[in-house]
Ligand binder design. Sequence first.
Ligand code: CA
Length: 250
Amino acid sequence: MVWTYPRFIQFRSRGLGHQLGTRHNGVVKVLLVEDDSAIAGSVTTSLSNAGMTVHHCATGADAIAAVKEFSPEVILMDLGLPDMDGLDVSKSIREFSTVPIIIVSARGDELDRVLGLELGADDYVVKPFSQRELLARIRAVTRRGHDQSPQEQSGSSLRVVVDERTHSATLDGEEVGLTAKEFDLLAFLSSEPGVVFRRNDILEHVWDTNWYGTTKTLDAHIASIRKKLGSPDWIQSVRGVGFKFVEVPQ
Ligand code: CA
């Protein structure tokens, strides 16, 4: 099954060090290899909410076939699968594909095996993991792929640059002193310039999956970022919906 969300609430994650205003089409395609249907369901929901397209397989054999058919940009690989060990599946995939693989492991001793085998996995997460942690890992490995894209490297004329590796943002080359949450918020909104993000989606992604606080916190952070960027035009309110980041000409 493939889950997609309507365009206007999509969050196209493109990860570390992205430059604002760079246009990307499409969404991140994730191949989820997981035989536990409860885990697969919740991960699929999380990633779909983050605007990613998820293709789910429950066996190693299906996963190998799906890499060829679905052409994922990242693979989440469970180790304990009914037909094959996830590490063997990963090795088989490596024979014909360089797609980033994130190993999903339930136990620490499995991690030793992952690290010891050096099979070319790009990262790993340990169960149980949070939605934010998983999203961060996916962003990081898909970003590495984008680093090789000439398109990404040519967007140097942008005024606001967000660098998640250093957790800093610059405006016209000058560092903008943001708090941690302000940075996360700016990074989230600017991940898709011009796209309107709903208040609840912003709160869920920037603050916590289980956010029960007031949305006044969001308004306060938006106001502060606008002030620090020297203009309210960077983040525009869309009445009754949410906010969008807009590239402001000099
Ligand atoms: Ca399993």
